[in-house]
Design a protein around this ligand. Structure first.
Ligand code: ATP
Length: 353
């Protein structure tokens, strides 16, 4: 636990304001019994001069997991990540990386983590090789070991052909790979990546995603924030949603896509004019017409029961709709996120699946 009086910035020297909400209980759903979490955050608070950026969040991440950290601008992602990365102090609560407290033993934690900030400062007049060599030297690598490690990192991030290029001549994608390379030099067990894909074009995003997938296959724990939910869904074992400094959901992308609602969305294609389908959908029981499409319509069925869904299809066909496709839609992660926010506003509860 930190002594608030030693906190480096913000108003941590003040006691925690009484109006802050009580700790939300969020299960450590990803960590099996007896396993030391790669990251364990317990009742974490961080305030800056009256701005309560993080309000008593708790979560744990098992070793080898890839966890996406999702939230709107200002939700508290960077603040949380910076504390895990030993770059800021909590106002309250504790954080451990591989069982080591980030406040008491920051040096030990830094040996085990690789940190990629959302806005990294580079030394623009250095080459790729000089930059990585500089960090390898700072991390204590000597002579041949250092050369070998820098070469390995350049090969992994596909920067070996650019080793002599000045950093200010790199594209955004190359720069992000360089920053990832810097985070990897000491071969850390845990990677904390803050918005690594921000501002990248689709090709650069695919390249970065590929690298992260390899790192996950090597068994590294990856804690990654992003606004691009579809990408996180593909990459991550589970997603942690933060809103106004509180964890509001922790679950797999699949469970989010399925959703907890009692509605099934269906796209229907027909062999002739969709108008007939639209008329039918506005009258049929269990069905709500959503929108017309070029070749049919999107409808909602007020049930997830397969018998009800098949009954709707049967009735549609029996009543003369020339159906050529009847397709259950997966919810988009963005829709799931918005829906969860709506549920939270309505109930004030955190959701864990
Ligand atoms: P983004 O996606 O925009 O990066 P975020 O989820 O990472 O947002 P944070 O950067 O953690 O959000 O910010 C959370 C809140 O804390 C915001 O209201 C922000 O203005 C505030 N905040 C963060 N750092 C400081 C600071 N050093 N001083 C004052 N306020 C801060």
């Amino acid at each position: 636990m930190i002594d608030p009086a030693t906190s480096p910035n913000g108003d941590s020297s003040k006691p925690r304001p009484p109006e802050l909400p009580a700790k939300r209980e969020v299960e450590t759903i990803t960590v099996p019994e007896g396993v030391t979490p790669a990251i364990e955050v317990k009742n974490l608070y961080r305030s800056f001069f009256g701005v309560h950026a993080v309000k008593g969040i708790s979560f744990a991440i098992a070793p080898g997991q890839v966890i996406g950290f999702v939230g709107a601008n200002g939700a508290g992602k960077t603040t949380t990540m910076r504390i895990i990365a030993t770059l800021d102090y909590p106002t309250g609560g504790t954080v451990e990386v591989c069982g080591t407290d980030v406040v008491q033993y920051p040096g030990e934690v830094r040996r085990r983590i690789g940190w990629m900030p959302d806005d990294y400062g580079t030394y623009k007049n250095m080459t790729v090789l000089e930059y990585l060599d500089f960090f390898a030297r700072a991390l204590g690598y000597k002579s041949n070991d250092r050369r070998q490690r820098v070469e390995e990192v350049m090969a992994f991030t596909d920067l070996d052909k650019l080793s002599d290029r000045l950093i200010n001549k790199l594209s955004k994608g190359m720069g992000q790979r360089l920053c990832l390379g810097r985070a990897l030099i000491h071969d850390p067990e845990v990677l904390i990546l803050d918005e690594p894909a921000a501002g990248l074009d689709p090709k650069a995003r695919v390249e970065l995603k590929h690298l992260i997938r390899i790192l996950a296959e090597e068994g590294k724990t990856v804690f990654i924030s992003s606004h691009i939910l579809s990408e996180l869904g593909e990459m991550c074992d589970s997603l942690l949603f933060i809103n106004h400094g509180q964890i509001i959901h922790h679950g797999s992308a699949d469970s989010l896509k399925k959703g907890s609602t009692s509605i099934t969305q269906v796209t229907v294609e027909v062999a002739d004019d969709p108008a007939k389908l639209v008329d039918w959908a506005t009258m049929a029981p269990h069905v709500t017409f959503k929108e017309i499409t070029k070749t049919g319509a999107r409808i909602e069925i007020d049930s997830v029961d397969p018998e009800v869904i098949s009954l709707v299809l049967k009735r549609m066909v029996n009543e003369g709709i020339p159906v050529i496709e009847f397709h259950k839609e997966e919810r988009k992660l963005e829709d799931a996120f918005i829906e969860i926010l709506g549920e939270i506003e309505a109930s004030g509860q955190a959701i864990v699946s």
